[in-house]
Each structure stands twice: as C-alpha cells, then as structure tokens.
Design a protein around this ligand. Structure first.
Ligand SMILES: [Fe+2]
Length: 366
C-alpha cells in the first residue's frame, strides 16, 4: 500500500511582518560571530542595506550579486569568497536570483567537487553553514525551498541543484522591502508565484496539505498582484505571504509543464523567468484541463471565471508583453528534449509527449 506523505519540509523559523527586517542581524548573531551577507544592487541603492547593517553588533562580509539569473561562474566565484571568509552564517538579501545563488554557494562551500560537478548530477554532501533567506521580491518562493536554479552559460543548460540541508534556517518576510521593487519586476515575479501556486495545486505530487497551501496562495496572489502593481502598498503583504505559501507547497508537490518549458526557454531567450512562466501558463492550462476536471472546477470558483480566461485577462491587466511573439524558435530539438526530461514536466498532471511540446511551442512563437 502506498501512503500519502503529509510532512512538509520548511524553514525552521519564519518571521513575517513590516519592520521584521530590523531583527535580521540580531537573530543571525545567535548562529555565531562571523557573518556573510549577499545582496543585490537595488537594496544598496535604496539605502535599506545600510539600515539593515546598522542593527548588527558586528558587520558581516559583503558580496554584491552582479545581476542576472545565477550562473555556475557566479556561484563558483561566490563560493570561493565564502571559503576565504569561513563565516558562521550566510544571509541572502535580494530577489530569487540572489537567494538561489547564495544557497548554492553557501551550501557547496565545504563540498569537495566543483560547482559544475554538482550541476551535472554528482551527489551533494550535507551543507553545514546556516543559510538565512530574506526575499526583496515576491516571486520564486526560493526562501521556502531547498532548490537553486543555476545556468551553465557554456552549454545554455539551466537546471536545479537541491539538497535537504539547503533549507533556510531563518526566513524574514518583510513586505516593506518590496516597496522599492519596480512595477515590471513586481508583475513578472508575481506571475511566477501565481504560476507556481497553480502548478503545485495541479501537480501529480500534490497532497491534501500542499493543496490547501497552494490554493490559498493562488487566492491571495490573484487578488494582491494587480493591486500591488497598481500602487496599493498594503497588497504587498499578501503578495509576499502568497509567494512563500506557494514555495512551501511546491517544495513537496513539485511543479508542472510550465516550469519544464520555462527553464530551457529562459536559458536561451533574454527574459525574466516570471515573464516566461506567464506566457507558458495559458497553453499549459488548456492542455491540462482534461486530466483534472475537478481541480479546474475549484480553480473556476477561485477566479470567478474559467482559469484560462482569468489568467489571460490578468496578463493583459499587468500589461505584460510576450518574450517570444514574433521571434524565431531556435535550438528547437534541445528545448523539446530538456522540457521532456525536466522533473517539473514529470510532475505535470497530464502525460506530456514530444508532439504536445511542439504544439505548445508553436503557440508561443506564433
Ligand atoms: Fe518559477
């Protein structure tokens, strides 16, 4: 007999609320004296980094992420500096890219192999340095997972590495950190979060617990995303919370074909991950409908209309533009192969064939 797994891996401690960022360094100091903090450019520019640092007794070593989605080269460089500093704890303060980059670099700090070895599938040893995640965008839900998505720029292969010990020991969710986030980033990353909530809900790996988290996350995100993008700062609370809840759900339930397509496409087309997800979502929603009619009925209640129509209307309301429309589909065979091999695609509720991927790619590049 098979039993449904109802345990949910999640960070040991999660603090949510406006102003909660002030407690970051004091809380981290309980892990040891020597700290390390990785951040993005915008948090420094906004002056918030200086404010965060002003609350600590001692100053952590700093590393500024040069930007873009994390690559193996960036991970190797950061890992080298973490090894040099030998900190007692490592904070990632930034968007999904900063979180994924830092988790991988800190998680592999004491691992003997190269970052490439582990990206190619070598067994990852237990990570021992406490990892602390503080998201400044609401998108990937990376703060709730044990996964880092990294790109090998030499081969254009974008895939994830993961280990249970990569889970954050502490997460701070402070909606005020999102206030300086540009609307275009808020919209694209919010679409990633909504896609993740819906894919986790529809996934083959869904359980009763992940369903309740994913459904409630989708409800919050669907209401909060347009409001937040139209200037309602109060909506940032639900955006950040919904994103985290979707992250907890997907860490167990996994995702689906949207994310199976998003990695090979994202590695080859210059576009934000959330934007790629947003435009892959409608054709995948149409494709999966026949496999899980009951869940589509529940999503229809959530959206107040057909889920496919609701998502298309939301994309228009957020004024998102397709990163594929009118472009030429290049490396088609590799994209198809990588999409089919993806763990996300394997969790998709409907079996996916080569022809199905070809049909969806045709729609995307029409
Ligand atoms: Fe995603």
């Amino acid at each position: 007999m098979s039993a449904m797994l109802l345990s949910l891996p999640m960070p040991a401690e999660v603090r949510f609320g406006r102003g909660s960022i002030e407690g970051l360094l004091p809380l981290c100091e309980s892990f040891g004296k020597k700290g390390f903090l990785v951040h993005g450019a915008s948090i420094k520019k906004s002056g918030k980094l200086a404010s965060v640092l002003s609350h600590g007794k001692s100053q952590p070593a700093l590393w500024e992420h040069e930007g873009g989605e994390p690559t193996l080269t960036q991970t190797t460089a950061l890992r080298g500096y973490i090894r040099e500093v030998a900190p007692d704890w490592v904070i990632a303060l930034g968007g999904g890219s900063v979180l994924d980059l830092t988790r991988a670099a800190a998680g592999l700090a004491k691992a003997p192999g190269s970052v490439l070895d582990y990206h190619d599938g070598a067994e990852i040893p237990e990570a021992t340095i406490p990892f602390i995640a503080v998201p400044t965008t609401a998108g990937t839900g990376s703060e709730a997972t044990t996964v880092s998505v990294l790109t090998n720029t030499a081969t254009s292969v974008k895939k994830s590495i993961r280990h249970p010990s990569f889970m954050a020991r502490l997460v701070i969710l402070d909606p005020e950190l999102l206030e300086s986030c540009p609307v275009s980033v808020l919209a694209a990353s919010g679409m990633d979060a909504l896609t993740q909530a819906l894919e986790a809900y529809c996934s083959r790996g869904a359980t009763a617990l992940t369903d309740s988290l994913a459904f409630s996350a989708a409800e919050k995100l669907y209401a909060a995303l347009p409001a937040a993008c139209e200037g309602d700062n109060a909506a940032l609370d639900d955006l950040l919370l919904g994103c985290y809840m979707a992250g907890v759900a997907l860490a167990t339930a996994r995702l689906g074909l949207v994310h199976g397509l998003a990695h090979p496409l994202g590695a080859r087309y210059e576009a934000a991950h959330g934007l790629v997800c947003a435009f892959c979502l409608p054709p995948v929603l149409a494709f999966n409908r026949s496999a899980i009619p009951e869940k589509y009925g529940k999503m229809e209640q959530l959206f107040g209309e057909d889920p496919l129509v609701a998502v298309e209307t939301l994309i228009q309301r957020l004024k998102l533009e397709s990163p594929f429309r009118g472009k030429k589909l290049e490396n088609k065979e590799a994209i198809i192969e990588e999409s089919l091999a993806s763990g996300s695609t394997k969790a998709n509720p409907r079996e996916v064939s080569r022809e199905d991927v070809v049909t969806i790619l045709k729609t995307l590049f029409a």
